[in-house]
Write a protein that binds this ligand. Sequence first.
Ligand code: FAD
Ligand code: N01
Length: 545
Amino acid sequence: SAQQNPAATGAEPGTEFDAVLVGAGFSGLYMLHRLRDALGLSVRVFEAADDVGGTWYWNRYPGARCDSESYFYSFSDRLSEDLLQEWNWSERFAAQPEILRYLQHVADRFDLRRDIRFGTRVTAADYDEATNRWVISTDDGGWVTAKFLITAVGCLSAVNTPNFEGRDSFRGEQYHTALWPHEGVDFTGKRVAVIGTGATAVQAIPEIAEQAAHVYVLQRTPNYDIAGGNGPLTEEYVRETKAKYKDIWQRTRETSFGFPYDAPDRAALSVSEEERQRIYETAWAQGGFRIGLTFNDLLIDPQANETASEFVRDQIRARVRDPEVAELLAPKDHPFFTKRPPLENGYYETFNRDNVTLVDVRRSPIEEITPTGVRTRDGEYEVDAIVFATGFDAMTGTLFKMGISGRGGVTLQEKWDQGPRTYLGVATHGFPNMFMITGPQSPSVLSNMPVSIEQHADWIADCIKYMHEHKLDKIEPLPEAEDDWVEHHNAVTQATLLPMANSWWVGANIPGKPRNLYPYVGGVGNYRKICEEVAAHGYDGFGMA
Ligand code: FAD
Ligand code: N01
């Protein structure tokens, strides 16, 4: 109730906080706990949704689940060793309702809700140089001030719905997977068009196909979908995991992608073809992202990569009955893992069903949405419902929408009009006392995200503590340090194959978005060392006053 929750009361114009956080997903919850309970700061969190959860609040489409394994898609021992021991995940890859329940449990257990203002969107955040304070305005007409502005807004939270001509004229139902109705959708007896074949679509399509009269899958670019291998967890697995939980978390912090898997030390072409095939098959059978960690040159050497690409194509050919459909589903336009490979559980078999049709909208693009369906260059598909599984304006979309302006009224969008410029992906020159959790040019989406989220939040909390101890009020990256980080980021990117694919990782899914690699590919472990070194040298590269 409003009485128990001071954050839920009135518009409170002008109240001052030590820190304002935006977002109450994994990032906002953990950051709030660190700042309030460890440092004793006054904190206000604003969250547009009516509850905690972020990604797991919004993405309620059928089949939504994580593809980091449940037992390390959670908070680590940094939050609570007791919680780690007490919480039991039911499946290897937990479904959305279970992850949401987990985050709700965290909010209740650590009494976080009392500082979160739900149903309230931040519409502007302006830095006032005279007072060295951020002025944060919300869509209920309220405003507050804070010394620190910390964005916990998520990398995948600005929904992308392509602006197809005639979209408003459609007389059936339209859904975006990331804005799914809470009460669910019943597709029984309906003809459905699903636009998109990314990680979301690959989870949703098999479930929709079970219900619907007919599903048209409108594919522009096929993906290399990896065997998910979801299923219940054995007691033995749970016991063993919990017994060595501390070590598992420590490993996640040291590896390149935040997973506790062994890093490969061999090159793909250094072994015989038979040996390579055996290694791929073993990793494939294990399920999940292990196939990406079979050889150390898959993201660097095109020839090495081609061996993995062809392995995945063969898996597709073996499972899809119609050879023409199989070829259409097998990617040839980009190397394996240069776009985020979805995990699949029965996706390919779905195309063996009579009520599923694969439509190639690369060859014959979508021209318009009509009152009764979707028209491509070659024909019209009459449907009762359209599902947009068209993803997000990732990494920068949500930050820009928040209306952030720094020193001199320069907006973040203006400053980044050629692409992000940050120092360590956590701060940017011209925006003093602003920190971004999993900002662009940090490992973020190229990692098991809870690991990267905790690392950023811990680093930010330590930095604020340091400032307090040294009686400092202001921190901001130096322009040279920022230039060096951007240069380093670009150099690391260019050493990989990632720029070769038109993925959301490089902004290619949004017309007009500057083409850069948005996340940092230098590795979670290496990145952590760099950040620790910066802190150990009195926040080297930052100006403080
Ligand atoms: P989010 O969970 O996105 O939360 C941000 C919150 O900020 C949202 O609730 C939003 O409403 C709020 N917000 C944004 N702007 C404003 C504003 N202006 N005012 C007020 N509130 C605002 N990552 C993995 O590592 N493993 C996985 O298996 C995995 N699965 C995923 C599955 C799906 C379907 C999606 C979409 C993403 C997945 N991710 C996964 C990435 C996932 O986003 C992160 O793991 C994690 O949930 C991000 O947490 P967050 O708190 O940083 O951001
Ligand atoms: O979005 P996407 P997503 N005309 O951008 C197509 C995380 N995630 O929601 O590839 C026609 O990947 C687009 O086609 P193309 C994960 O990090 C995780 O699926 O651009 N088609 C593509 O097929 C993931 O990467 C999990 O040619 C258009 C699709 O829409 C990220 O979220 C689950 C189009 C969008 O795919 C985003 O995934 C789900 C157009 N105009 C999500 N515009 C798990 O962990 C776009 N498309 C399990």
